[in-house]
Design a protein around this ligand. Structure first.
Ligand code: FSO
Ligand code: SF4
Length: 526
């Protein structure tokens, strides 16, 4: 196998051999390559044949299924490959029997990318991993009934280009276009979420778990949470968020359910420990799913594109009865449990989306003008298992009291229970939501730049990002597309950045790896 799409890749260069660091087996990796190759064939077929809504859905599903920690189930991936092949046959029935054998609609062998010259491999990887991440966001919007033709069309274009024998000059603009289209995609998802569930409102969330039956819901899919809340109404079952589902507590149409109680556990990489003796089922709506341990294998349920061999999968009918029955059977804790976040805090605040933050824009601007707020740090992104990630906790702890920390995604679990106090009534730590809510951070940054009559790069704002999987890749490309410079990225730079591509990004955008909190704070604050 060969896979180097995420931050924890073996030896910072690539997972090979029998399995990846994430637990993905060689056969699964091979099937994911086969699926990607089939998607490329389907996309190329659509260049001269009309696609349908079903084709769009399959493209999103196929790309999303290959994101890190989403699907470990070979049979599910095989079924997807079959569906992609059937769709191609449906769209261009003549292709299979055509005498010409032009090769234009053939499936692609991903080895041609993995074994390409290193800069080409790097740029094609940026495009592929970027659209994998973006597909997840487009998928979440789609299940809420929101689609954007420009976004959907780009998946076909990008997939087709992966099969082209293009050089750096031709591929680089496509890399940037991926970032531009992802901005549209995140805007689409923001609209889908806020129009469906209301604008997030600052909300306090507790780590306490009440006695009695409960269900833990993890991942990013708010629609699945909503369906589960409906189905568990008045059953005496409490629902707790986990991981990236935490910001759900801020949406009015979700927080209105009194049995959506609080949050269980911390970031995704702690799940094997935190779920070991949990007396409740866990529903995975997206990544990050880790290889399931025997200690809790009877309590894991998956839905949508998530899959793991042997686990119960809730299908398209969205009948959560097996999860509900498991919750009642296990019964939950016998008494209320006072759990905490990573630093011993018992509550956290979330819900500082762009509407909430821009609602107090006047106060923020006054704070900056008076000098009460010296600097903003966006300390956001994904968490992961590497020890070097304690950098982010230390950075937040050491940030001076006249600075504000904006955060988002699952990396915040390292510090979101810290009480950083307030500046002029504004909390010093503002959780903007899930990773896709990077859109909120961008909106706020652009609005502040507008208010101060400067560019985003001239604002007293620095981005200290942590990356793990492919959604972080598309977000990074969006930031680059917006011309945002001097981003600090960690815990390590991606293995798929070749020396040449890394040098280009450093020269053009000033991207730098994180060093130490002390040194980075000193450099930034001068
Ligand atoms: Fe984290 Fe996992 Fe949201 Fe990712 S839970 S690592 S970037 O899937 O998507 O932040
Ligand atoms: Fe390795 Fe990451 Fe690929 Fe898993 S997703 S096989 S850890 S590079």
């Amino acid at each position: 196998m060969f896979c180097y799409q995420c931050e924890q890749t073996a030896g910072c260069s690539g997972c090979t051999g029998k399995a990846g660091v994430c637990g993905k087996k060689a056969r699964t990796a091979g099937l994911q390559d086969e699926l990607t190759g089939a998607l490329i064939g389907l996309a190329r077929t659509c260049a001269s044949n009309p696609k349908t809504e079903n084709t769009d859905r399959l493209i999103l599903e196929g790309l999303f299924a290959t994101v890190t920690n989403v699907n470990f189930d070979d049979e599910a991936i095989e079924r997807l490959i079959d569906k992609v092949r059937a769709e191609k046959e449906q769209i261009a029935p003549g292709c299979a029997v055509c005498e010409v054998k032009c090769g234009n609609t053939d499936e692609y062998d991903m080895k041609w990318i993995w074994e390409a010259q290193e800069d080409i491999r790097s740029l094609k990887s940026l495009i592929l991993f970027g659209i994998r991440g973006m597909a997840a966001y487009a998928y979440h919007a789609m299940v809420l009934g929101y689609v954007d033709e420009e976004v959907n069309t780009f998946f076909y274009k990008a997939l087709s280009i992966l099969a082209e024998d293009w050089g750096m000059e031709e591929l680089l603009p496509v890399v940037m276009e991926t970032g531009a289209v992802n901005l549209k995609c995140m805007e689409l998802l923001d609209r889908a979420n806020t129009e469906t569930f209301g604008n997030p409102e600052p909300s306090e969330v507790s780590w306490k778990v009440e006695k009695g039956p409960f269900i833990v819901v993890t991942g990013h899919d708010l629609y699945d949470l909503k369906l589960l809340l409906e189905q568990t109404k008045d059953l005496g079952i409490q629902v707790y968020t986990h991981g990236e589902m935490l910001p759900a507590h801020a949406y009015p149409m979700l927080r209105k359910y009194p049995h959506l109680k609080g949050n269980f556990g911390t970031a995704w990489q702690n799940q094997q420990k935190e779920f070991a003796d949990i007396p409740a089922p866990v529903l995975y709506t997206t990544n990050c799913l880790m290889p399931v341990k025997d200690s809790y294998a009877d309590r894991v349920f998956t839905t949508e594109v998530v899959g793991y061999p042997g686990m119960v999968h809730i299908g398209e009918d969205k009948d959560f009865t097996p999860v509900i029955q498991k919750a009642l059977e296990l019964g939950g804790y016998e008494k209320d449990m006072e759990f905490t976040g990573s630093n011993g805090g018992s509550t956290t605040m979330t819900g500082f989306g762009h509407q909430a933050v821009l609602g107090v824009a006047g106060q923020i601007i006054a704070g900056v003008k008076s000098g009460a707020i010296r600097h903003f740090f966006l300390v956001g992104g994904c968490d992961g298992a590497r020890p070097g990630r304690s950098y982010y906790t230390e950075f937040v702890k050491q940030a001076p009291k006249d600075t504000v920390i904006l955060t988002l995604a699952c990396g915040k679990y390292r510090f979101n229970d810290l009480d950083l106090g307030t500046i002029g009534g504004i909390p010093r730590m503002l959780d903007m939501g899930q990773c896709n809510d990077a859109y909120s951070a961008i909106k706020v940054a652009l609005a502040l730049a507008d208010a101060f009559g400067c560019g985003v790069n001239e604002l007293p704002l620095s981005m200290i990002l942590s990356w793990y999987e492919q959604k972080a890749v598309c977000i990074l490309l969006t930031l680059l597309h917006l011309g945002i410079k001097n981003i600090r990225l960690g815990p390590t730079l991606p293995a798929f950045l070749s020396k040449g591509v890394a040098e280009y990004l450093i020269k053009e955008y000033g991207i730098a790896p994180v060093t130490t909190p002390e040194e980075d704070l000193k450099t930034i604050l001068g």
